[in-house]
Design a protein around this ligand. Structure first.
Ligand code: IPE
Ligand code: IPE
Ligand code: MG
Length: 244
């Protein structure tokens, strides 16, 4: 084994619709079943001392889906938030919803704000839920903030570097994801965390998200632990450092 366990795991929870279709159920039933899997994985992360878990719940492109599915997804999101936040808080989880929240109904925005406030001092696990999130949006909104700071004379253009840009991204200050998991069989990023995945280890599984479980999660973690992360260096250099 090369690596200790991941500090930050990022997951694209894909395959809910196909899970439902296989059972001759409406797509929405798959989304509902997916919430159960989220609960199990959050618990598993806390037990395995993962510090940060970032889940992709709704992409900025998912608005393109039929109106009925989008509106059912909003309702599910609101009711899950309502139901789960107290329990998460009790278990020491700090919750953050990342994405362009301005597109959400006012009531949902308030609910999100309250959940942030309630859990802000917790430190067992940081749970980020990406909703109306897009990796490109994240980089653009960070760039706008830097441009505004330059216009206002707070920074000069030469102050702009990777560190400054990072400090304006949605996951500012958190370690970059060590392990990325995508369920559902597709092997693509679908505009998830573009900047932050630069050196992340990828794990793809055909298992559909509602069927994802702790056993598979441990398989992903074991796969991660067995890999050598080189960050541009040679394997030999890394081995020397690990022995030191
Ligand atoms: C992922 O499952 C959940 C969301 C995108 C909201 P999908 O709904 O994409 O499921 P498939 O890919 O159609 O099976
Ligand atoms: C990515 O899944 C977004 C979420 C899981 C929330 P999609 O199912 O929307 O991705 P594509 O469209 O197949 O790439
Ligand atoms: Mg999908």
């Amino acid at each position: 084994m090369h690596n200790p366990g991941p500090r930050h795991v990022a997951i694209i929870m894909d395959g809910n619709g196909r899970w439902a279709k296989k059972r001759f159920m409406p797509r929405f039933a798959g989304h509902k079943a997916g919430v159960e899997a989220v609960r199990d994985i959050v618990k598993a992360c806390a037990e395995r001392k993962v510090e940060v878990l970032t889940l992709f719940a709704f992409s900025s492109e998912n608005w393109r889906r039929p109106e009925e599915e989008v509106s059912l997804l909003m309702k599910l999101f609101m009711s899950a938030l309502d139901r789960e936040v107290k329990r998460l808080h009790k278990n020491g989880v700090r919750l953050r919803i990342i994405g362009d929240l301005s597109a959400f109904p006012e009531k949902l925005q308030q609910q999100i704000h309250q959940s942030h406030q309630l859990t802000k001092d917790n430190s067992l696990l940081q749970l980020n839920i990406a909703a109306n999130y897009g990796g490109r949006w994240d980089i653009v909104q960070a760039s706008k903030k830097m441009a505004q700071a330059a216009v206002d004379g707070e920074i000069s253009v030469d102050d702009i570097d990777e560190q400054l840009l990072e400090s304006h991204l949605s996951l500012a200050g958190l370690p970059e994801p060590d392990l990325f998991i995508r369920t559902g069989g597709e092997e693509r990023i679908s505009n998830f965390l573009l900047w932050q995945l630069a050196y992340t280890e990828f794990f793809f599984t055909k298992t559909l998200w509602p069927d994802f479980n702790v056993k598979l999660f441990d398989e992903a973690i074991d796969s991660f632990k067995s890999r050598q992360r080189r960050f541009g260096r040679t394997g030999e250099q890394v081995e020397v450092e690990q022995d030191a």
